[in-house]
Write a protein that binds this ligand. Sequence first.
Ligand SMILES: [Zn+2]
Length: 158
Amino acid sequence: MAPNQPGDARNRRDAEQDRAALAPIDDAMLRAYLADNLPGGDQARVEKALRDSASLRARLEDVRNNRADVGLHTLGAIWRRGRLTCPSRQQLGSYLLEALAPDLASYITFHIEVVECPYCQANLADLKTQADASPGASQTRHHRILQSSQHLLTDENR
Ligand SMILES: [Zn+2]
């Protein structure tokens, strides 16, 4: 650091003057930044300020979250929320076999038929195809599990 060098001091003063002349980065500007709505110069300035300032990044997160609330009912928001609450593939498999607790089963029905989650619809269709291709598969597995527990029981009884 050499603050007494005239060149450095002048550059710093110039930079400060530039910053003062520009509009402050407020929430409205951050919102516009998120929406890709700023003129090129401002976009670059906000980007640089974000790189430099952790507190500004935190504010951007806040603005982003608030914006998500505003757009709660857009198709994209529903899709993103839906994906967060998607049942697992195993749960979908059990759903097909009607082996789920009624609460979970009705939730999945809602998810598939009302929310119409395309991801889970595809997953379910795929599982159905597999089940149709090998109708005895689950019985066979069930039988195997019975056999192996039978074996354990016999060992314990010995
Ligand atoms: Zn889903």
